[in-house]
Design a protein around this ligand. Structure first.
Ligand code: VTB
Ligand code: MG
Ligand code: MG
Length: 331
């Protein structure tokens, strides 16, 4: 009889990486039922409930490090909540059951259900504050762009490394007033800016597939928890990312300190955001460049999920047809 062995130090067994698919599928289907209903909270809640239910079935001893908020503000999937059936490896869990709640509520492209699972203690427990981020895909020399460099210099360096002129570079930026100067600076180089209204987990991941998405670089300020999820995925593909928490008030500094952030100005490299063996899964809720959204057919519900695994750098896309609809209602 052949025994299946798990390589030493490989905490997240291969089988578990595919188990995540079920978790994000359930969350995506639950949210998708509320697409276009203008109720962000309800869609988010449906995704949270479904994700938590499914997570608790996994053979893991998980701790939520990126969740729906601190314990007193989030009844479910709060930071520190133990999840799983406790009969498995100790793992860190990062979730955004509905990333892009507004996109879902408005039935606009790009909302996803996303989660990461990593070796215990290896995901940054990021406070829910803003994070300044920069990300590029694989294939560039290390350090070609830097969070502390001027956007113009980053665009020029990237274009040079890619062997193209700056007007063949496209940067992805969240469409926010706080980015007015950043956007102007990028455009002055001749590069294009694609603006998104929400969804910068997918936005960062777009840099890893420039042929499909047309995006070369992600720049700007988004949420920190989303930064950790994106870093997990990008690490599997070999892109580059840096982030820095924005702790510009007493209140945010306090919250960060409570979560163990000792240096408020620290520059986090991708490996500081997600250090260990990590698996990231995302299922489309609404159609987007990364994933198709959930389709409700007469007989089947269709989902599309992408799974990233750091140990091997494998990226899998899983299209599923669900025939037993009752499983989406199970308690
Ligand atoms: C981004 C975006 C998210 O929050 O992280 C953003 O990717 C940042 O916050 O989808 P603001 O909206 O306050 O700018 C989201 O839009 C929502 O989580
Ligand atoms: Mg959320
Ligand atoms: Mg989000």
């Amino acid at each position: 009889m052949t025994e299946i062995t798990v390589a030493a130090g490989q905490v997240i067994e291969r089988i578990l990486s595919l188990e995540l698919v079920r978790v994000t599928e359930r969350a995506a289907v639950a949210a998708a039922r509320l697409r276009g209903h203008g109720n962000e909270k309800a869609a988010d809640q449906a995704a949270v409930d479904a994700m938590r239910r499914e997570l608790n079935r996994l053979p893991i001893d998980g701790t939520v490090v990126i969740g729906e908020g601190e314990r007193d503000e989030a009844p479910m999937l709060y930071i520190g909540e133990r999840v799983g059936n406790r009969k498995g490896p100790k793992v860190d869990i990062a979730v955004d059951p509905l990333e892009g709640t507004t996109l879902c509520a408005k039935d606009m492209p790009g909302s996803i259900a996303v989660m990461a699972m990593a070796e215990g203690g290896t995901l940054l427990a990021a406070p829910d504050v803003y994070m300044e981020k920069i990300a590029i895909g694989p294939g560039y020399p290390a350090g070609v762009v830097h969070l502390d460099a001027k956007p113009e210099d980053n665009i020029n360096a990237l274009a040079k490394a890619k062997g193209v002129s700056t007007n063949e570079i496209t940067a992805l930026v969240l469409d926010r007033p706080r980015h007015a100067d950043l956007i102007a600076a990028i455009r002055r180089t001749g590069a294009a800016v694609r603006l998104i209204s929400d969804g910068d987990v997918a936005g960062v991941i777009f840099t890893s597939m420039p042929e499909q998405t047309g995006i070369d670089i992600y720049l700007g300020i988004g949420a920190a928890p989303e930064g950790v999820l994106a870093a997990g995925a990008l690490r599997c593909i070999g892109g580059q990312m840096q982030g820095r928490l924005i702790l510009d008030t007493e209140e945010t500094r306090k919250r960060a300190a409570a979560m163990g952030v000792s240096d408020p100005n620290r520059l986090y490299e991708m490996k500081d955001l997600a250090r260990g063996d990590v698996v990231v899964a995302a299922t489309g809720v609404t159609d987007g460049a990364l994933l198709k959204g959930v389709k409700f057919g007469k007989e089947v519900i269709e989902t599309e999920t992408i799974v990233y695994r750091s140990v091997t750098g494998t990226v899998r896309k899983i299209e599923a047809e669900h025939r037993d609809h009752s499983k989406f209602h199970m308690e």
